[in-house]
Design a protein around this ligand. Structure first.
Ligand code: GLA
Length: 400
């Protein structure tokens, strides 16, 4: 589909004209992402595998003659207006806070915007479901601003994309106030059709790894349980991981900064010296790093069955050691494992609620979706939302 027949871009352009009474001139668009392996490893300096998937956020707009930003979010039917040179945080947890945070961080890292702007945001990334609608919004808005010339950045090189990913992660950490790692912004910016993404969050070494021909479907199953119930748990896990790393440093007499500098063998040696909860969290993180290494090797050999098994092993480790699953997510995985075409499945992102991500043989994706819907409904009384996705390209911008 070309940019000009993309229904979301057409929709956003029409809305922009209606709201601002002039034509939009530039766009930025960014996909959603799923985490395939490496759950809660990113902020531990560890390894992750992810994929950008074909649900997206689109921002269209135009520079304005003053130094004000006006951003309309179609999903919420609201406009946020703020001065681009003195940005105050909006309400905690709001989309406005994310949008302002993007501008704030771009100004911090790239200098003052050359111009104010008007923009409209539309998209079909399910919100709060573990597909990182927030990073998708961040990347789409940033790409729009860069394409519009408001921010001097050239994203042709991967190094510049990585710098932008870090800026957007800084926005989330320092402005929005969420202590997340680099996974989400990296994935939205580095996606490639037919590929999984690999990232070493310590060295920032990264790669795009082919998913094979024909590639598997990536099926996201939404339990329709809300993640807000789990607020605070993410930070609690970060602290537990920090305590494990401190214990390992002390016992092994090493300077290492992050938990992922240690191996599973290190943890075995130090096991009795570390408190039970932190060491269990560490076992998850360190075995996850190992599963990512094995996952890259499996994809390199075109072995999707093995890759799927690693994904399912990741879920078991999250459930048992990291304790960030829930009965709804476990039931979704149980239903998926019994459905046709299933290769592997795990919870997606932070966990505790929201979605699972499943690797499914492409030709059986329809049957898989129908089976999970019916079985989960029969067992829980709730009809899950099932999204059959494909891996897709990373964020891009352009002129209209
Ligand atoms: C959330 C965060 C990511 C990552 C995952 C867990 O999605 O935003 O940075 O920590 O949880 O792997």
């Amino acid at each position: 589909m070309t940019t000009f027949s993309n229904p979301r871009i057409l929709d956003a352009r029409a809305r922009f004209e209606e709201i601002f009474g002039r034509a939009a001139r530039h766009y930025g668009r960014a996909p959603a992402r799923v985490e395939l392996l490496g759950n809660h490893t990113d902020y531990n300096g560890g390894l992750v595998m992810a994929a950008a998937v074909d649900r997206e956020t689109v921002v269209v707009g135009a520079p304005s003659a003053n130094r004000t930003a006006r951003v309309h979010a179609a999903h919420f039917g609201a406009i946020d207006e703020f001065p681009v040179d003195a940005i105050e945080p909006a309400a905690a947890g709001s989309w406005e806070r994310y949008a302002r945070g993007v501008v704030w961080a771009l100004v911090e890292d790239y200098g003052p915007l050359t111009t104010g702007f008007d923009a409209v945001v539309v998209g079909d990334v399910p919100l709060g479901a573990g597909l990182s609608s927030s990073a998708s919004l961040q990347a789409a808005l940033a790409l729009f601003l860069i394409t519009a010339g408001a921010v001097p950045a050239d994203l042709d090189q991967d190094a510049a994309r990585m710098a932008l990913a870090r800026t957007l992660n800084r926005s989330e950490n320092e402005f929005v106030g969420v202590g997340s790692g680099l996974l989400d912004q990296f994935s939205c910016l580095f996606g490639r059709r037919g590929h999984a993404l690999y990232l070493d969050c310590d060295t920032l070494a990264h790669d795009r790894v082919p998913l094979g021909q024909p590639g598997p479907a990536i099926v996201v199953c939404d339990s329709r349980t809300s993640r807000r119930l789990a607020d605070g748990k993410y930070d609690e896990r970060r602290l537990e991981c920090d305590r494990a790393a401190a214990g390992l440093r002390q016992f092994l007499g090493r300077e290492a900064a992050a938990l992922s500098a240690f191996t599973v063998a290190d943890l075995e040696v130090a096991w009795d010296a570390i408190d039970p909860v932190p060491r269990q969290r560490a076992r998850h993180v360190l075995t996850e790093n190992e599963r990512v290494r094995q996952g890259v090797r499996a994809l390199g050999k075109g072995d999707l069955e093995e890759f799927g098994r690693l994904i399912s092993a990741s879920h078991a480790s999250s459930r048992d050691d990291f304790e960030n699953s829930s009965s709804a997510l476990d039931l979704l995985i149980e239903c998926a494992a019994a459905a046709p075409g299933f290769l592997g499945g795990k919870l997606s992102g932070a966990g505790w609620a929201g979605c699972t991500v499943n690797l499914v043989k492409a030709e059986q994706a329809g049957d898989f979706a129908a089976s999970v819907r019916a079985e989960y409904h029969r067992k829980s009384g709730v009809e899950p939302l099932v999204h059959v996705c494909q891996s897709t390209a990373g964020a891009k911008g352009g002129n209209l």
